[in-house]
Design a protein around this ligand. Sequence first.
Ligand SMILES: [Mn+2]
Length: 160
Amino acid sequence: MAVTKIKAIRSTVDSAIAYIISPAKTDEKLLVSSYGCSSNLMAAREFEWTWEAAKQDGLASVKVLARRLIQSFDVGEVSAEKAHEIGLQFADEWLKGKYEYVIATHVDKNHIHNHIIFNAVSFVDHHAYKSYKKIYYDMRDISDRICAENGLSVIPPTLD
Ligand SMILES: [Mn+2]
């Protein structure tokens, strides 16, 4: 069963994306995908274009630039390819097609894990993504269900 976390990115999206798509961590970039944007550093520019369009549409300011989701799996629980597939399903369901994202599956540690960086501003409705206190519970419910649907074990996960 996977464990999920979410963090705000307030400084630079470039370095956050550069880190997650690092070839050494992603099996020579085979395990990088994206939605609504490029699957490389160009995505950071594309996020900016969305912010500009949203500002013209009345969004006051963009404080949180993007958010980073991490979904990590138990040791030996999934192949990297399966983890990537589950991550895509999770991101698509969680973000409902409203936010551009880049997803990379890291295989550099025992725990195979997905990094998903999504734009904090929607390219569909130009609204800023809102986090909330119990977000972990909702993320966990969706992640757990998708894992179960993919035949992974259902063991109550712990956060941190
Ligand atoms: Mn990593």
